[in-house]
Design a protein around this ligand. Sequence first.
Ligand SMILES: Nc1ncnc2c1ncn2[C@@H]1O[C@H](COP(=O)(O)OS(=O)(=O)O)[C@@H](OP(=O)(O)O)[C@H]1O
Ligand SMILES: Nc1ncnc2c1ncn2[C@@H]1O[C@H](COP(=O)(O)OP(=O)(O)O)[C@@H](O)[C@H]1O
Length: 197
Amino acid sequence: MESNIVWHNASVLTEDYRTKNGHHSGVIWLTGLSGSGKSSIANLVNKHLYEKKVNSYLLDGDNVRHGLNADLGFKAEDRKENIRRIGEVAKLFAESGTIVLTAFISPYQEDRNQVRNILEQGDFLEVHVDCPLSECEVRDPKGLYEKARSGEIKGFTGIDSPYEVPESPEIVLRTHEFSEEDCAAQLISLLENKGWI
Ligand SMILES: Nc1ncnc2c1ncn2[C@@H]1O[C@H](COP(=O)(O)OS(=O)(=O)O)[C@@H](OP(=O)(O)O)[C@H]1O
Ligand SMILES: Nc1ncnc2c1ncn2[C@@H]1O[C@H](COP(=O)(O)OP(=O)(O)O)[C@@H](O)[C@H]1O
């Protein structure tokens, strides 16, 4: 696309924000089936970071699909655009020195890779929130699997729309084997081991 946009060199750099904040910044990308536990874990980790005075923020369906992406549905191309926009927003947060958590199904590996590729190497952590479909269906926190099984909702992830299991995530959280608190602690340990906090 032709463009007459001129980029300005920033006078405050990402490294300056990081130095001021005293911690690294980047994107913690949780991906998994509906009901796998993305929101629950992301909220616990975000609370922990907040209490440690780390600059963090959580992007999830509540603040994105009702606002920025209110025009998008659940067809493959809509999901792709959903993830692309969220990736761009997450990148801005990371550049501002924030650790941003995202909690979206993000079912396609290509779309997740695209977000990884717009970030600096090492600034994107793919977190597979892993839970068998059968267990997600038992949990059914929003009653959506029941509607998907009865045909009331079409194209539901895991039922009649695909979920591509992450090929090489930085971490896998097995939410049918460990508690929410244990899974959050596993993710926090990863942040510590990587020197993010
Ligand atoms: N067809 C279909 N498939 C999957 N999910 C559906 C669908 N329709 C509505 N919902 C509800 O929307 C939540 C998923 O939105 P996401 O933005 O995370 O989806 S995606 O990343 O664009 O695939 C998902 O919530 P989570 O439970 O937070 O994952 C559902 O509550
Ligand atoms: N280890 C676990 N991690 C996360 N959630 C869990 C775990 N075990 C049980 N749950 C329950 O599973 C449900 C997951 O819902 P939610 O966090 O909204 O998932 P998602 O955001 O992936 O749709 C919650 O009711 C939560 O209490």
